[in-house]
Write a protein that binds this ligand. Structure first.
Ligand SMILES: *Cc1c(COP(=O)(O)O)cnc(C)c1O
Length: 382
């Protein structure tokens, strides 16, 4: 079966990881620092702090935003579960706003309606790698004196009106999970423009130890340490950073390949009935093309969305669902006051699916996917 996604790993990257293994320096150290520095330059961010997962990075970003028990954070239901889980871990409540039906990005009009005096942050997700309307979201945030924390798990290498994702908000999170545009096997990072927030994240990332104590960097390690708040063990190791340094060098090249594949998909899909790719946002941007999501018109078919996904899988096309909206899942359903306010996200759940999409796909693979989809839809058209 053609998979939904697959990481691109070169022989050079494998050799570098093997060399790191032989060095004996596996935990966080000089390679992690070098990776953070390289990423900060690429993102034009003041600080980058690498972590062991994207979820850990987002947890730290939410805490650094000052989110406290009892607070509310306005976010999107069209995301992976960790986006809202970390809000709960901070003791706060996720408040879901609706998405724009064409892009599945957070709709600023809906966000504005969800803001209350308890709101501490807005947490947008750049869905599939296409930047959200950051000017509109920043405007709401500054009007209410609250913070924006970006979940940019899909948007590494993307930009909004000329500014790289990672240099816009005070806090931006990235993921280096193997499915993402760039991988460290598992890993993540927070980019921040604030010295104070960087220091808090650094502390929470490594057990809550005071600055300068417990510093494990080879050669500069201080033998003693002092805990000043209950932190986590969220640091990235040098093994992961070794892979990350080389993956980062190829990020733009691989994102360009993603863009070409997306263009090819859109050309091939244009004449196919009952299916439509997502729309482009109207402002200047660079799409990071993490996923190829299409919307299927199930009203015209004798098959629901899940049926289409299973039929494609039976035919060798590894289609996926990104995402099951959070407000429709058991954990979050009871927290939603008025599901009617989330109608675009609910409606998308009956239509969206993700097609196989990764840099090593060939033109032939794209043709195979589109042909299979076309046949499946034609077979089940009413
Ligand atoms: C992948 C992903 C995450 C979590 O990243 P991990 O590195 O897997 O922890 C968070 N949010 C979104 C939108 C994601 O797609």
């Amino acid at each position: 079966m053609l998979p939904t996604t697959r990481p691109t790993i070169t022989e050079e990257e494998i050799a570098a990881v093997v060399e790191c293994l032989r060095s004996g320096q596996l935990a966080s150290g000089p390679r992690t620092e070098a990776f953070e520095a390289a990423l900060a330059i690429r993102l034009q961010a003041r600080h980058v702090l690498a972590t062991n997962t994207g979820t850990a990075a987002l947890h730290l970003a939410v805490l650094a935003a000052g989110v406290l028990p009892g607070d509310e954070v306005v976010t999107t239901p069209m995301t992976w579960v960790s986006t809202a889980n970390v809000i709960l871990h901070a003791g706060a409540k996720p408040i879901f706003a609706d998405v724009e039906p064409g892009t599945l990005n957070l709709d600023p009009v809906s966000v504005e309606k969800m803001v209350t005096p308890r709101t501490k942050a807005i947490l947008p997700v750049h869905y599939a790698g296409q930047p959200c309307d950051m000017d509109a979201l920043q405007e709401i945030a500054s009007a209410h004196d609250i913070t924006v924390v970006e979940d940019a798990a899909h948007a590494l290498g993307g930009s909004y009106k000329g500014t790289p994702i990672g240099a816009i908000s005070d806090l931006t999170m990235f993921s280096f999970h193997p499915a993402k545009n760039m991988t460290t096997a598992e890993g993540g990072a927070v980019a921040t423009q604030s010295d104070e927030k960087a220091e808090r994240i650094r502390r929470l990332r490594y057990h809550g130890l005071a600055k300068g104590t417990g510093d494990r960097v080879a050669g500069t390690g201080i033998a003693t340490y002092e805990a000043i708040e209950p932190g986590f063990k969220y640091s990235m190791g040098d093994l992961q950073a070794t892979l990350g340094l080389l993956q980062l060098e190829r990020l733009d090249e691989r994102n360009a390949r993603r863009r070409d594949l997306a263009q090819l998909y859109r050309e091939r899909l244009a004449p196919v009935r009952h299916v439509e790719p997502l729309r482009d946002v109207p402002y200047e941007h660079e799409h990071a093309w993490y996923m190829m999501v299409v919307s299927v018109d199930c009203d015209a078919l004798g098959l629901d969305r899940d049926g289409v996904v299973y039929a494609l899988r039976d035919a060798g096309v590894g289609a996926g669902v990104h995402f099951v909206p959070l407000h429709l899942q058991a954990l979050y359903r009871p927290m939603v006051a008025d599901p009617a306010m989330l109608s675009a996200a609910t409606d998308a759940n009956g239509r969206i699916l993700s097609l196989p999409f990764f840099p090593e796909m060939t033109e032939h693979d794209v043709d195979f996917v589109v042909d299979t989809l076309e046949k499946t839809l034609a077979q089940h058209a009413r």
